[in-house]
Design a protein around this ligand. Structure first.
Ligand SMILES: [Zn+2]
Length: 141
């Protein structure tokens, strides 16, 4: 499906507690959209950035988001996910390294003493909404 050019973009940082479940995360995201928009509108898509260390199961989030969006009257939006690499700085040997998960140790000195540089991000970057009383939609073939 092709999105119309008339869309509203919302930029919002959503920091959620690490322990929060995907259901609650999806609910928070959609509540936020509802609060900002002030009325029910068809949501075409939501774009989020999720780091591998954010503790969020993308599969679960996608499922919850789709289901809750439907129930809240937002239609069937797509959830677009930007992933960011996770990196750490070893505090013992100063080496920077990529992390797949929390358990990745320094490849050089095998230390777990480190500072996380990136990978814990979770932000709702933008949403694309139907314009209220906008121009008629182009007919699909
Ligand atoms: Zn090291």
């Amino acid at each position: 499906m092709v999105l119309e050019t008339k869309v509203t973009i919302i930029k919002q940082d959503v920091r959620v507690p690490y322990i929060m479940h995907e259901f609650s995360i999806a609910q928070s995201m959609l509540n936020l959209v509802e609060d900002q928009v002030g009325e029910k509108r068809v949501l075409f898509s939501a774009t989020v950035t999720i780091g591998p260390l954010a503790g969020i199961s993308i599969e679960s989030l996608r499922f919850c988001f789709t289901e809750i969006a439907k129930q809240m009257g937002f239609g069937s939006p797509r959830l677009i996910i930007n992933d960011v690499p996770a990196r750490a700085l070893c505090l013992d040997c100063s080496r920077q390294y990529a992390m797949k998960d929390m358990f990745e140790i320094c490849p050089k000195c095998h230390s777990l003493h480190r500072s996380i540089l990136s990978g814990e991000e979770f932000t709702l970057d933008s949403v694309e909404l139907e314009e209220p009383e906008g121009e008629p939609k182009p007919t699909e073939k």
